[in-house]
Design a binder for this molecule. Structure first.
Ligand SMILES: Cc1ncc(COP(=O)(O)O)c(C=O)c1O
Length: 417
């Protein structure tokens, strides 16, 4: 398959997209880098870098404080970025959109501000075997701290959640929180969050969705998903590091205690008692990641301009092709569901070659993939491995890069096996 066929079937002009990403011009040993680690963090288009430079050059002042024009401009830009996140997630109101540094911080916010105050003995938190540590550890910690029980929904052999086991896993405890990722960063599995949300709500539980790995690749709709919280990271979706967002239902956020204290989240400070600002500011302590939020907003504009549907189709074509090519290699084991049930992520192992060795050999050919446990140690235990290799695709990835990955694997196999 050549790059033209990807373009023809998806309507995403990958060569046109690639021009926007300065990093992709860099040569390593005379070769363009095949950057196949976008699930960890994506590369950035010029449009995002320019928006951040412009903000620093002409709109920079602290927000929500000054009454002078520059400060007002900075505040307007931050709030315009918030509105872009609201639209991206189809949230009802931008009051429900809280800027955080990343998805991890958003999920910790929910664990501390909701979990710590709602859980106790006799309650249960239910997570899945697929979770990234960021949506696993905060809940395990809160369960241990509050005396609640901590339950894990298992996977089937395809890497899909065993919904048929939900009632059994929940047991007799009162499930208060169901925490699930929309897309697995390790297997790429797209999880049935809508169904899990329905199940959670029937039991009076909330559903906390980790959207970090889904938001870069498809249009999300928190109302259709039926979740109660959803966290995303800007840096995985062409935005800068340091800007993410947590969406939460206003009625829950209103009832919750704040997470971090100080700065604009405060309404008034008495000698004895302090009161909190209105949403979303109640959860935004200290100086906001202003330029980062503006960059995040520009990234959302960029992705929307390319089209989420086109991005999803492009990645689906690439992941289908990658699974096909890897499937031709009897010494490669791939993990996870068929392409139609996953995002552009493939985890695999090469027989008798440690994933770190594979990744280092690929780097000699300027192919960048990830090796490790991918912050999913419970999943690695389930798979019976300590680590995997992972190739992940994004809107700038090409079929030729998949070919280079496969060539590199042949080389690794020849050197080690
Ligand atoms: C599914 C998933 N959740 C959460 C995270 C954490 O994201 P961040 O490091 O931006 O907080 C990641 C990052 O790899 C992820 O893939």
């Amino acid at each position: 398959m050549d790059d033209m066929s990807v373009t023809a079937t998806t309507a995403l002009d990958v060569e046109r997209v690639r021009v926007d990403f300065p990093y992709l011009e860099e040569l390593q040993g005379g070769k363009q880098v095949a950057f196949l680690d976008s699930a960890a963090s994506s590369q950035k288009p010029r449009q995002v870098l320019d928006a951040m430079s412009r903000f620093y050059e002409s709109s920079y002042a602290n927000v929500h404080r000054g009454v002078y024009r520059l400060a007002e401009r900075a505040t307007e830009e931050l709030e315009a970025a918030r509105e872009k996140v609201r639209a991206l997630l189809n949230a009802e109101s931008s009051r429900e959109v809280i800027f955080v540094r990343n998805a991890t911080e958003g999920l910790n916010l929910v664990a501390y501000s909701y979990g710590l105050n709602s859980l106790g003995p006799g309650d249960a938190v239910l997570v899945t075997e697929l979770e990234h540590h960021s949506n696993f550890v905060p809940w395990q910690y809160m369960a241990n701290r509050t005396g609640a029980s901590f339950r894990m929904l298992p996977l089937d052999d395809n890497g899909e959640l065993r919904l048929d086991r939900l009632d059994e896993v929940a047991g007799d405890d009162a499930v208060k929180v169901v925490a699930v990722g929309l897309t697995s960063n390790s297997l790429g599995t797209n999880n049935p969050v809508e169904q899990l949300a329905e199940w959670a709500h029937e039991r009076g539980a909330i559903l906390v969705c980790d959207g970090a790995q889904a938001a870069p690749h498809r249009k999300l709709d928190v109302q259709a998903l039926g979740c109660d919280f959803l966290a995303v990271s800007g840096h995985k979706m062409c935005g800068p590091s340091g800007a993410g967002a947590l969406w939460g239902r206003a009625e829950l956020l209103e009832r919750m205690e704040p997470f971090l204290l100080g700065g604009h989240m405060i309404r008034s400070v008495g000698d004895e008692v302090t009161t909190w600002g209105a949403l979303p500011h109640k959860f935004e302590a200290g100086t906001a990641p202003m330029a980062e939020a503006v960059g995040f907003g520009a990234a959302i504009d960029y992705l929307a301009g390319v089209g989420f549907e086109a991005i999803e189709q492009h990645e689906r074509a690439l992941v289908t092709y990658a699974l096909e090519r890897l499937g031709e290699l009897p010494w490669v084991t791939t993990y996870g569901p068929p392409p139609e049930k996953r995002a552009g992520i493939v985890s695999f192992n090469v027989e008798d070659v440690h994933p770190h060795d594979v990744a280092q050999i690929l780097d000699l050919d300027a192919v960048a993939i990830r090796a490790g446990h991918h912050c999913c140690q419970p999943l690695m235990r389930k798979l019976g491995v300590v680590a995997t290799n992972r190739a992940s695709f994004y809107l700038y990835s090409t079929a030729a890069e998949v070919d280079r990955l496969v060539e590199g694997l042949h080389r690794a196999r020849r050197m080690f096996a």
